[in-house]
Design a protein around this ligand. Structure first.
Ligand SMILES: NC(=O)c1ccc[n+]([C@@H]2O[C@H](COP(=O)([O-])OP(=O)(O)OC[C@H]3O[C@@H](n4cnc5c(N)ncnc54)[C@H](OP(=O)(O)O)[C@@H]3O)[C@@H](O)[C@H]2O)c1
Length: 338
């Protein structure tokens, strides 16, 4: 399977590491052999080779410009040119999420679909702002669009709702979908101030230097929008949602909740009627109350099974790399079974 990889950061490298470390294991899965023919970064250059690039070398290089010269290698082609000119089977999008426009990833995904490539995303932006456009383009092109990694990394939250629970009616979804805020709230439970907990989350690489997308609730809101669209066909926008972050929660709020047998959690809620992301107090006996640190969880309320809760990793290179891999394997299996 020939691939173009946009973004070679935590997630892109996580995927390449899996390709490298699990090469034999993957090949034993009906001969799945990923060949990376293009990589694109913002500051470290781009590479394209129609026969494939060496994954081990891509992992070891700081600058893609240091990749050794080989006949057929193109350096410095822009992403659009690589996408349009290549015969890749799939585009893998792992560049930063833009919640305003989804760009530049959105344009690349549309170009990939228009030129007959499947599209797999960890990037939430295009899915949150332009799901319908992407879906329509994929349908017209007869290609698959997959985005498991956009919600709860490799923990299969979307696949559970869209595939395993098919036949159940899912009434609503409630989840802890942002690991940074859950980590901060967990640290505050053990006596830390909000500022210290945020600083610790940044030092550990959980929160970015500008943490506003996480602490103000927008990252969780993007995931809620994706869940609502994918599971309920509900068209939600950021403007239509009540979104509130955790920055106003004080140690006194935490102590007050504890005295009542409750815990603060930033909960993303969606149903066919709409969605919201509020910090709420939930009973310590609720399944989501026990989800601590950077762990994520989602509870689907279903008609036939009652509540089904999935708990697992919500971030990380290997964890999100796995999400991309699982989507690619689904596409590969689909194409080999035809
Ligand atoms: N990290 C996680 O745990 C996680 C989990 C789920 C989803 N995601 C999503 O996955 C995506 C990637 O996350 P990450 O943590 O890997 O980010 P990251 O470590 O910041 O890496 C981003 C990569 O994208 C490249 N890039 C930036 N702007 C670009 C552009 N305009 N065109 C092409 N490449 C560009 C960067 O290039 P340079 O190398 O030159 O900087 C870098 O290689 C994001 O959308 C994120 O929301 C991440």
């Amino acid at each position: 399977m020939k691939l173009i990889l946009i973004g070679l950061g935590t997630v892109g490298r996580g995927l390449l590491r899996i390709f490298h470390d699990k090469r034999a294991e993957l090949e034993s899965l009906d001969g799945f052999r990923p060949i990376v023919i293009g990589v694109v970064t913002r500051t470290r250059g781009t590479l394209y080779h129609p026969d494939g690039l060496e994954i081990e070398r891509l992992l070891s290089l700081e600058r893609l410009g240091d990749y050794p010269d080989t006949p057929g290698l193109e350096r410095g082609w822009d992403a659009e040119r690589i996408v349009r000119a290549s015969d890749a089977d799939a585009l893998v999008e792992a560049s930063p999420s833009n919640f305003q426009t989804g760009q530049p990833a959105l344009g690349l995904c549309l170009a990939a679909l228009a030129t007959g490539k499947h599209v797999v995303l960890a990037n939430k932006g295009p899915v949150a702002v332009a799901y319908d456009e992407l879906r329509e383009q994929a349908k017209q092109a007869g290609r698959l669009l997959r985005f498991e990694g956009t919600v709860m990394a490799g923990t299969p939250s979307l696949r559970l709702g869209m595939q395993a629970l098919l036949g159940c009616r899912i009434e609503s979804a409630r989840g802890i979908l942002n690991g940074t805020t859950n980590y901060i709230l967990t640290q505050m439970e053990s006596g830390m101030s909000y500022d210290d907990a945020l600083a610790q989350a940044q030092a550990l690489g959980y929160a970015e230097s500008d943490p506003s997308a996480d602490v103000d609730g927008w990252d969780a809101a993007a995931k809620a929008i994706i869940v609502a669209r994918a599971l309920f066909g509900k068209h939600l926008t950021f403007d239509a949602m009540q979104v509130k972050g955790i920055s106003a929660i004080t140690p006194e709020d935490i102590a007050f909740a504890r005295a009542s047998g409750e815990r603060w959690k930033l909960i993303a809620e969606v149903s066919r009627d709409g969605g919201s992301v509020p910090p709420v107090r939930i009973s310590v006996s609720h399944p989501l109350a026990g989800v601590s640190g950077t762990t994520n969880a989602i509870t689907y309320a279903t008609d036939l099974l009652g509540d089904v809760t999935l708990i697992g990793a919500g971030a990380g290179g290997a964890q999100t790399g796995f999400a991309l891999l699982s989507d690619l394997l689904e596409i590969y299996t689909d194409s080999t079974s035809r």
